[in-house]
Design a protein around this ligand. Structure first.
Ligand code: NAD
Length: 440
């Protein structure tokens, strides 16, 4: 029997995807969507484009495994336009060429459309990203004035591109580590902080404020707080805005959240998990600064603790030693190499080791995440959902959780939640593996 259906508005007209930060990830994403629309490539890694999910009984045929895009009404990629901000003036074609992620021959085929996408002037402050310096930035006496300038950009973009709806995904550099403080507590204190140029409000929060204030869904792909403060969560509720953060779950953390739940499921002990990697893109350069690395380190470290629960299973995980290192090594560019050494314990406490050598491509793994977050956030907005979208934690390294709850990192539980949320939106029965309907 079908569940009660949510009222979901149809994805009519154009969706504008706004990206603060048009570097390696953002340009790989935009170029990828153009290549897919031209039918010269495939959107591998994107659930909204290629994923299927089960609906109803576990029958033998695949008839009950429709494409996700046939279960819920998603925006068609042909009707998507892109905009954004950066501290450099390069258009998307030039920025993608500089990023050296995608093949030049592919980019040349897309040059006419990619060169037309030019970043707007950024809200930027070098104090929060010390390794970068760009001239393409807005001037304004207060952070509130800068937020207002961003909102003007957004209105103009929407009008010029004839968009019905917008979403924003932060693809900017990782900012220095900032802890939640009094200025972040209430909407009033936050707005006062914007007027008084409070030091604990970095540019990423100004973008988040602008978007949420206008009711535009916002996701944060970097580990800095951005929309992960009570004031912006409250504002999101007030303005009916879905939000998600933080930090795209790609490379090593993706592997960790796939492997750790499996080892735990078999009651295998883990003594130590050492992760190190080399990467040479601009993100790697920014993370070479200790204050910016600290933000990333905090985001990466929480994962194992939550999955393994050493307090609940002290005999298996109480001595777990978890270390994460990132090494900036320019020759590698975006082609990161990540090594993991995992010391595990089995029957009668016998030690074993697992080694992973993941030769990955950072932006190739991140691009489909940007797409899915944008498309699903738009679906959430059209379904009347607002505030933190925990079901999108599937895509994030340090998922924002509802107040009083801890985040869920186990990728399989995250997927279950994502799929059941989609079933709920579609008015389909949730799958809980109970009841006659699902007996094998
Ligand atoms: N690629 C991955 O696998 C991955 C995974 C998780 C998180 N991330 C995060 O995604 C973000 C983007 O990564 P990337 O590889 O594209 O980095 P990048 O350095 O290539 O691009 C970031 C861009 O943001 C711009 N920028 C910085 N501050 C800005 C501001 N205030 N306003 C507008 N633009 C600004 C920079 O000029 C740069 O062009 C980083 O924060 C990174 O940590 C990436």
């Amino acid at each position: 029997m079908a569940e009660k259906k949510l009222k979901v508005e149809k994805p009519t007209g154009k969706l504008g995807i706004l990206l603060p930060g048009m570097g390696a990830v953002a340009t790989t994403f935009i170029a990828g969507v153009h290549a897919v629309n031209k039918k010269i490539s495939t959107p591998i890694g994107s659930l909204t484009q290629m994923g299927r999910m089960r609906i109803g009984r576990r029958d033998k045929d695949i008839v009950n495994k429709p494409l996700i895009s046939d279960v819920v009404p998603l925006q068609n990629l042909k009707n998507v336009v892109f905009g954004g901000w950066d501290i450099y003036e390069d258009n998307v074609y030039e920025a993608a060429m500089n990023a050296e992620v995608l093949d030049q021959n592919l980019l040349k085929k897309l040059k006419p459309s990619l060169s037309k996408i030019k970043p707007m002037k950024a809200v930027f402050d070098k104090n929060y990203v010390k390794k970068l310096d760009g001239k393409h930035v807005k001037r304004g006496k207060t952070k509130m004035k800068l937020a207002e300038a961003l909102m003007r950009d957004i209105r103009q973009f929407k009008k010029e591109n004839n968009c019905d709806r917008l979403v924003m995904v932060w693809c900017g550099s990782t900012e220095i580590y900032i802890k939640e403080s009094a200025v972040h507590r209430t909407i009033k204190s936050f707005e006062k902080g914007l007027e008084e140029n409070h030091i604990d409000i970095p540019p990423s929060m100004i973008y988040a404020y602008g978007a949420i204030k206008m009711g535009i869904p916002y996701a944060n792909g970097a580990p800095n707080l951005s929309c992960d403060v009570p004031a912006l969560v409250k504002l999101a509720k007030e303005t009916g805005t879905p939000i998600a953060g933080k930090d795209f779950k790609t490379g090593q953390t993706l592997m960790k959240t796939i492997l750790a739940p499996g080892l735990k499921a078999r009651a295998l002990g883990i003594e130590g998990w050492f992760s190190t990697n080399i990467l040479g893109n601009r993100d790697g350069e920014v993370l070479d600064d200790p204050d910016n690395f600290k933000t990333k380190e905090v985001s990466k470290l929480g994962v194992l603790e939550q999955i393994l629960e050493p307090d609940v299973h002290p005999e298996l995980y109480k001595d777990l030693y978890h270390k994460v290192r990132i090494n900036y090594y320019p020759p590698r560019g975006d082609a990161k190499e990540g090594w993991d050494n995992i010391d595990i314990r089995g029957w009668l406490n016998y030690p074993m080791q697992i080694k992973i050598d993941f030769l990955c491509r950072d932006s190739i793994l991140a691009a489909p995440i940007v797409l899915d977050l944008a498309i699903f956030l738009d679906l959430a907005k059209r379904s009347g959902m607002h505030g933190i979208q925990e079901w999108l934690g599937f895509y994030l390294k340090s998922p924002q959780a509802l107040p009083g709850l801890h985040p869920e990192h186990d990728i399989f539980k995250q997927l279950e939640k994502l799929e059941n949320t989609l079933r709920y939106i579609a008015g389909e029965k949730l799958i809980d593996h109970l009841g006659q309907d699902y007996e094998s």
